[in-house]
Design a binder for this molecule. Structure first.
Ligand code: SF4
Length: 78
């Protein structure tokens, strides 16, 4: 069989964060109880516009920026 699905996603039970789940500004945080939260890093610079823990799922956000798909492999980013 082909496929080669290296499942390394185990343990990452992230909530359905909507846009945040694909946003480069998202940071997942786990508390002592084991719950995972979606933290918006934009809240550090613009706390008035972006809540630290936005209500999920986020469907619309002016600050959304998609993550780079070409993170792996030889990066061509200077
Ligand atoms: S910028 Fe918007 S979409 Fe991105 S993590 Fe923050 S709240 Fe979510």
């Amino acid at each position: 069989m082909s496929g080669g699905g290296g499942g390394s996603v185990s343990g990452g039970e992230a909530p359905p964060a909507g846009l945040c789940g694909r946003c480069r500004h998202q940071q997942t945080v786990r508390n002592t109880r084991g719950s995972v939260f979606s933290l918006c890093r934009r809240s550090r610079t613009e706390p008035e516009r972006y809540p630290r823990y936005p209500r999920l799922p986020v469907e619309r956000c002016a600050g959304f920026e998609p993550r780079d798909r070409s993170e792996r492999g030889a990066g061509d980013a200077a």
